[in-house]
Write a protein that binds this ligand. Structure first.
Ligand code: ATP
Length: 200
């Protein structure tokens, strides 16, 4: 059984940056956003079901899923949205479970933006929250993508203080990258020792 550290945080809080620092230490990442793309890659059962349901117009010339076209089809259509979720959620869940179980590092980092909102804390040994002030989140999101509507996305996510209540550990991403790295190194030693305890 892998020792699973769930990593979450609001938009632009620094999840990917923190996850990359753990990866540099040799820790396997299971990234929910990445898995969600993997289950609809060409040749998958997921993509075949989408094409059967919506038609081949949802494919790009290279055979990849046309995500914008799919979004258009489910936008404002609750029935189609539910159909798509019923297809994709079990595929994503089972792929993540398999990757978590097969991870070959002392512990595995499970990166899920909506870990808490989706009730997945119970599947983690520890929950690590990346925390930054909302103003900093907004600035970082806008620096990455000027057209992003950070406020709208933040309004749909759990408020900062509520998210923090679920944390076993918190990474404070209010500082610079060196500061972040030091916190990750400290947490890494903690997780190595917790994971070793679990294996006993
Ligand atoms: P999302 O929820 O949108 O996927 P995220 O939580 O994964 O975002 P990152 O992509 O890691 O966040 O960080 C958001 C942006 O802020 C990135 O451009 C990243 O390089 C930058 N960033 C993150 N942490 C810091 C920091 N400590 N100092 C400066 N820039 C940072």
């Amino acid at each position: 059984m892998s020792f699973v550290v769930g990593l979450t945080g609001g938009i632009g809080s620094g999840k990917s940056t923190v996850a990359d620092l753990f990866a540099e230490l040799g820790i396997v990442l299971v990234d929910a956003d990445l898995v969600a793309r993997e289950v609809v890659e060409p040749g998958t059962q997921g993509l075949a079901a989408i094409v059967e349901h919506f038609g081949a117009a949802l494919l790009q010339p290279d055979g990849q899923l046309d995500r914008a076209a799919l979004r258009q089809r489910v936008f404002n259509n609750e029935t189609e949205r539910q159909w798509l979720n019923a297809l994709l959620h079990p595929l994503i869940r089972s792929s993540m479970a398999e990757q978590l179980a097969n991870a070959k590092s002392p512990y595995v980092l499970w990166v899920v933006p909506l870990l808490i909102e989706n009730g997945l804390c119970k599947d983690c040994d520890q929950v690590l929250v990346v925390d930054a002030a909302p103003e900093l989140q907004r600035q970082r999101v806008l620096a990455r993508d000027k057209s992003a509507d950070a406020d709208a996305i933040m309004a749909r996510q759990l408020p900062r203080d509520e998210r923090l209540q679920y944390a076993d550990q918190v990474v404070d991403n209010g500082g610079n990258l060196a500061d972040l790295k030091a916190q990750v190194q400290f947490l890494h030693r903690q997780y190595l020792s917790m994971a070793a305890q679990k294996r006993l």
